[in-house]
Design a protein around this ligand. Structure first.
Ligand code: SF4
Length: 492
């Protein structure tokens, strides 16, 4: 019997088919960019946690890459005899194995176990994680005094200078973990029975594929299932409940269970026809003066802040695009992008205030994002507050107009600008963009650009891709405005 790692046991708890695939067909796994990014975040938080917990510099890291198995077990056993903090301690119960983020010496030759998470709170599924860890450690003969979870304190502000004391906050889960630990052996036995099978258990894709973690086998599993012409998940909201009741096609859902928007999506999908309340859209936009501005931000966030005065996971704007349209149908474009690697916030806010002028609506798409960023900048830079608040007072959201007045079957239940644009203006699409095609790509491009290792030519390419992408976001809004305002006589 091969011992199952804690991550495989967690995979089993999510879905028995997943643990079988993890063991026998890891080649079928395709983690999303978001999942891979979350691994990177986890590593960066783990590195900082070691700094924080290694107060006197005597801590020992058990390096799995250098030692492999069973070397890590021997190295852990030796390190534990020295009674210093041990990081990535490895232990096995024979049928399972785990690596503990942090073991700290406690009284009576016991240990205090701390698991580090990059989240900002204790999630329910972390309790199972800690129970599994505790069960394996105890069976391996490591006496534990307490078990706790260290997660990020999102209210903490980085003072700069590499001082990360205060980034993590610890919650003692000893009692809760002890209550759950009795169930773990059953989980291990059941998981071992699954992986001993010659074939993967059959499990239909469903809610479990994303909860608590996005499963990297989704494409594989979905490819084995019959294609659904009009999937129920195209209906906005409440998708999980219908799928759980076996409704896979949106035509399966009883009409009485659909709200107005869901009915609209259903009817347009079945008929293949577009819904456009042209009069309503025109009246929504009537009376707004010129010049009109169209604004979009790109932001970056760090679990471990790199700029003094910022918080973990704070969304920090590094780029904007702004189109200005006057009453003669003339367009001007302004933009900001800071790839210096320094905190872009203040320069961003100053340029934005200068570029937005004094009057005229400032159109955004889904206003909460841009408005929240401007409010945060106003709080950080009180001298810029009046200028930012003046822009905030002029914001007009195009999203509810699109949502209330327009739907094309190709949107598949989404009113994101990337879904609406190709429907309203077929000659424009994000898919033809080179490199950066969405917000996630923009964040990756930004991080690569500010890395000192990135060659200058590559940085120039990324800069061009970022500028082109963000400019399309605001030009897309101009074209939506044009169709919704019935100003198709203007050559925009
Ligand atoms: S995609 Fe869903 S059904 Fe397939 S292994 Fe993952 S969780 Fe299980």
């Amino acid at each position: 019997m091969r011992p199952l790692s804690k991550s495989k046991l967690i995979a089993f708890r999510q879905c028995p088919r997943r643990v079988w695939l993890e063991v026998h067909r890891p080649d079928l796994k395709a983690d999303s960019a978001a999942t891979q990014a979350s691994y990177e975040i986890g590593y960066s938080v783990g590195d900082i946690a070691r700094q924080i917990y290694d107060r006197d510099g005597k801590g020992e890291l058990i390096d799995i890459d250098a030692l492999g198995f069973p070397g890590v077990f021997n190295a852990t056993a030796e390190a534990l005899t020295r009674r210093n903090p041990v990081f990535e301690a490895a232990f096995t119960s024979g049928d399972a194995l785990a690596l503990a983020d942090i073991l700290l010496p406690a009284g009576q030759r016991k240990w205090r176990m701390v698991e580090v998470k990059a989240s900002t709170s204790v999630k329910d599924y972390y309790r199972e994680d800690l129970a599994i860890q505790t069960h394996i450690a105890t069976k391996a003969g490591i006496p534990l005094e307490s078990m706790s979870l260290a997660h990020i304190d999102s209210s903490w502000v980085y003072p700069g200078g590499g001082n990360y004391a205060g980034l993590l906050v610890e919650e003692d889960l000893t009692e809760e973990t002890r209550q759950q630990v009795g169930a773990v052996q059953q989980w291990i036995d059941a998981a071992q029975a699954i992986v001993a099978r010659p074939d993967a258990p059959t499990v239909k894709t469903g809610r479990q594929c994303d909860i608590p973690y996005a499963c990297g086998f989704y494409d594989h599993c979905a490819s084995l299932e019959p294609t659904v012409e009009m999937p129920v998940y195209w209906l906005p909201r409440a998708r999980g409940a219908w799928a759980e009741r076996g409704m896979v096609d949106l035509r399966d859902v009883p009409l009485k269970e659909l709200n107005e928007t869901q009915r609209l999506v259903r009817d347009c999908t079945i008929s293949g026809e577009t819904h456009f309340d042209a009069e309503g859209a025109q009246s929504d936009l009537a009376g707004l003066p010129f010049p009109a501005y169209f604004l979009d931000f790109e932001t970056i966030q760090f679990a471990v802040p790199i700029w003094a005065g910022t918080r973990p996971y704070q969304q920090i704007p590094f780029q904007y695009s702004l189109h200005r349209l006057d009453d003669q149908g003339r367009i001007e474009h302004r933009e900001f992008l800071d790839l210096s690697g320094q905190d872009p916030s203040r320069a961003f806010a100053e340029r934005l205030i200068a570029d937005c002028g004094d009057s005229g609506p400032v159109f955004v798409y889904n206003q909460a994002f841009e408005k929240t960023r401007m409010a945060e900048l106003a709080e950080r830079f009180p001298d810029l507050k009046p200028g930012l608040e003046a822009i905030l007072a002029r914001v007009v959201d195009l999203y509810p107009i699109a949502r209330n007045r327009y739907y094309h079957p190709s949107q598949r239940g989404s009113w994101s600008i990337k879904s609406v644009l190709p429907a309203v203006v077929p000659e424009l699409s994000y898919e033809t963009l080179d490199g950066v095609q969405n917000g996630g790509d923009a964040q990756e491009a930004f991080l690569e650009s500010i890395s000192p290792q990135t060659p200058i030519e590559r940085r120039e390419t990324l800069q061009r891709q970022l500028l082109t992408y963000c400019a399309l976001d605001t030009y897309a809004m101009v074209r939506l405005w044009q169709v919704f305002s019935a100003r198709t006589d203007w050559a925009l």
